[in-house]
Design a binder for this molecule. Sequence first.
Ligand code: SAM
Ligand code: DTB
Ligand code: SF4
Length: 338
Amino acid sequence: MTMTETRTDWTRAEIAQLFDLPFTELLFRAATVHRENHPPEQVQLCTLLSIKTGGCPEDCGYCSQSVKADSGVEATKLMDVQAVLQSAAQAKDAGSQRFCMGAAWRNPKDRDMPAIVEIVKGVRAMGLETCMTLGMLEPQQAEMLAEAGLDYYNHNIDSSPEYYERVITTRTMADRLDTLHNVRSAGINVCSGGIVGMGETREDRVGFIHTLATLPQHPESVPVNALVPVKGTVLGDMLADTPLAKIDDIEFVRTVAAARITMPLSMVRLSAGRESMSEATQALCFMAGANSIFTGDKLLTAPNAGDDKDAALFAKLGLTALQGEEPMRACKATEAAE
Ligand code: SAM
Ligand code: DTB
Ligand code: SF4
């Protein structure tokens, strides 16, 4: 494998040109970048667990866990450490490489940190990679998580800077970028992506990829979610009224391809929304450079494809679970050794 040079100086015009390419040409270019930097038949398996569900004070228009949503999701307390570890052990047995834990918080409170630290240490001790998504982080909280050994922190930019403001009002894109900076400065790997299919335009999708691809350093993981429309959320209800607003499959694949080409070394995760995606669309996403998925039959609150369906899909497509190290981590290890 030859590594493609990574660039953080992409212009919006360049990214718009990628989106505008004939579909087969875009797919070919993305697949070429993919195989220059990753084993194309290997897909990383990650498992999600909601360690604290619902009752979130933020107003993200897509989310079932916001107090503003009338989605029927019940608020829970932070799970016991032992219960989290049990769930992580099941994920490991099912072949997962990374265990991602989410809490519906604006930000973690200091009183939550000891339990969070214990969870990170426990999950890591099982030989799983750890990822947490807990909302905004202060620099010292990021440091604490880094010391506990947290491998990744997920915090999405969600959309273009322009469209973001129409979806979330309780925290700004700048707040999100501050958290990403704090995570990066603490030496934790960054996982950041967003959602496609929220009624945004092509230009917004270009702006979304542009924001990620021009961060000082690309996120190691880039989740691309397709909106899971949830009844009782602003966006779920809006889409129910205007079904044509649902993202077109080909446009979704184009977004995945643009992420792959602009951020060649990152793991691009085909995230929420797979449950309602055809096998053919998922196959196109893998062709376009997606190389990571969430496994299991549940995301945080929404259903996921499930292990049986995924096993069948992998067998059909000749895909296998990623073994070994990811390119960006391997790069860092080489840098450290020099
Ligand atoms: N509360 C934390 C936060 O927002 O930083 C972490 C959990 S939050 C659920 C993580 C991400 O999941 C969101 O940023 C969004 O991109 C994605 N997400 C949430 N609800 C979704 C939905 N209905 N469809 C697709 N993606 C969704
Ligand atoms: C991400 O980008 N997608 C995951 C993870 N990061 C935390 C969450 C998807 C949530 C889907 C909706 C739900 O389960 O409520
Ligand atoms: Fe809260 Fe995260 Fe849902 Fe926004 S996406 S409402 S921050 S749980």
